[in-house]
Design a protein around this ligand. Structure first.
Ligand SMILES: Cc1ncc(COP(=O)(O)O)c(C=O)c1O
Length: 447
């Protein structure tokens, strides 16, 4: 069996990990941060690099799960934050000039973004508010999401994010699965689950549920770890929503500001009714936004009746960081570079895989990329789950992760990685060489 051990020095990580386990569950803050044999403790991030507590330096593709679009700790964004703290403080929890500047800017660059609300932390917050306002606007209660799609931590949308296939029903009509203790089963009654990229199934399911469906929630591109999304599928969702009075909600928490200034929806030419942005919006500083047309968004309090509050909403630091990040992304040069580097890594790794005749394929959606050890189509959650492609379960992915770490490239257990504007061509070439070296060394086991 393919087995690569982690050979870098991890003495300090291990010491901290053993201690951290006493003070937080499994020594990490959240399930996504855990990987075998133990997660490295990182002491510094800058540009395209990170350093762990044993002084190992890595070229990074973790990208803090997506926010670091310009590169970690970008000096201009950092300066904008220092400046605003000096000039305006940290938090006023009142309307402020920069908040106006940002909501106005969002309305200029995001096609559906006539009005916005700003939240103070992660993308889960506006996702929650989006579902609430969609229900209020349509007078209906159910939300349709795609199997395997992740849209934040709250109950409505963690249904069927990674269901066991024994519980998940037929592929073309999945059973909603709530397999996390503490969730209310009644939540599940208001969630409809459909297979991604399956036009026929989604048409049938929407037809069945249309009178109760408030919203269809989808990530436009590289959804739920699934690297392929067909444009005609996204266009069909728009048509179905128009036909049946359903809100189309794009979760652009990962794709927004990373693939295109107006979001992946703008790039692909499909405009949702509501769009949620976070992560890359402020290059790592916490802020997230829900945007949409005036008719829907003005339902929020105090203009309308839909509850909306939050002490940290629109906090000055996140707003200042977002304004600077958007300014730096505005001329499109960084996005051009990100697409070029993402395409390069994919093309070269696929040429290498063809040459070695190994069972592997690289995919990218701009700067979001991943190497999958199969050549079978990866169009929905079941294609991925059937092959246990997540590194946690997959010996090949796990071995490659350790090989990369041993050679100074940082990835976590996810097959999905992120390139930033701070990555150089040389770093991409080096990464391609290291992955190619892994594939060459284990050519027989990867066939
Ligand atoms: C597609 C998508 N939507 C929403 C979220 C939730 O964002 P956050 O973790 O910032 O709350 C995530 C987080 O990874 C995500 O990947």
């Amino acid at each position: 069996m393919l087995d690569v051990e982690l050979t870098i020095k991890t003495e300090n990580t291990l010491k901290m990990f053993e201690e951290a386990r006493k003070y937080s569950p499994a020594g990490v803050i959240g399930d996504g941060r855990w990987y075998e044999p133990y997660p490295l403790f990182i002491k510094k991030t800058l540009g395209s690099r990170i350093w762990d507590v044993d002084d190992n330096e890595f070229i990074d593709y973790h990208g803090s799960f997506g926010p670091a679009v310009l590169g970690y700790n970008d000096p201009q964004v950092r300066q904008a934050v220092f400046d605003v703290m000096e000039d305006e403080g940290v938090l006023s929890a009142t309307p402020h000039p920069k908040e106006l500047e940002l909501t106005k800017l969002l309305s200029e660059i995001i096609p559906c973004g006539e009005m916005s609300i700003l939240c103070g932390g992660g993308g889960s917050d506006p996702m929650y508010n989006a579902v609430r306002v969609a229900r209020a606007y349509t007078g209906k209660t159910k939300v349709l999401k795609f199997e395997g799609g992740y849209h934040g931590w709250h109950d409505y949308l963690i249904v069927s994010i990674r269901p066991n296939l024994e519980d998940a029903g037929p592929a073309d009509n999945p059973t909603p699965v709530a397999n996390y203790p503490g969730m209310l089963q009644s939540t599940v009654e208001h969630v409809v689950v459909a297979p991604f990229n399956d036009n026929e199934a989604v048409e049938r399911i929407v037809e069945r549920e249309k009178d109760e469906l408030a919203a269809i929630v989808v990530e436009p591109g590289y959804s739920g770890g699934c690297p392929v999304m067909r444009l005609d599928f996204l266009q069909l969702l728009r048509e179905l929503c128009d036909k049946h009075g359903i809100i189309l909600l794009f979760d652009e928490v990962v794709t927004g500001f990373r693939t295109h200034l107006g979001g992946a929806g703008a790039m692909l030419g499909v405009t949702p009714d509501l769009g949620v942005f976070g992560k890359a919006m402020a290059n790592g500083f916490p802020i997230a936004a829900l945007t949409g047309n005036k008719e829907i968004m003005s339902l929020f309090q105090p203009e309308g009746p839909v509850f909306f509050q939050g002490t940290y909403n629109g906090q000055v630091i996140g707003v200042a960081a977002a304004l600077k990040t958007i300014e730096l992304l505005r001329d499109g040069e960084i996005h051009k570079k990100l697409w070029r580097l993402g395409d390069k890594i994919t093309d070269e790794l696929n040429a290498m895989a063809d040459e070695l005749e190994i069972d592997a394929r690289c995919y990218n959606f701009g700067s979001i990329w991943g190497m999958y050890f199969t050549r079978k189509p990866l169009e929905n959650y079941r294609d991925i789950a059937n092959m246990s492609l997540l590194n946690r379960d997959n010996p090949k992915g796990y071995a490659m992760k350790n090989h990369l770490m041993n050679n100074g490239v940082f990835v976590t257990r996810s097959p999905r990685g992120f390139i930033s504007g701070a990555h150089s061509d040389e770093e991409i070439d080096r990464t391609i060489d290291i992955i190619s070296d892994f594939c060459r060394t284990h050519q027989e086991e990867l066939r």
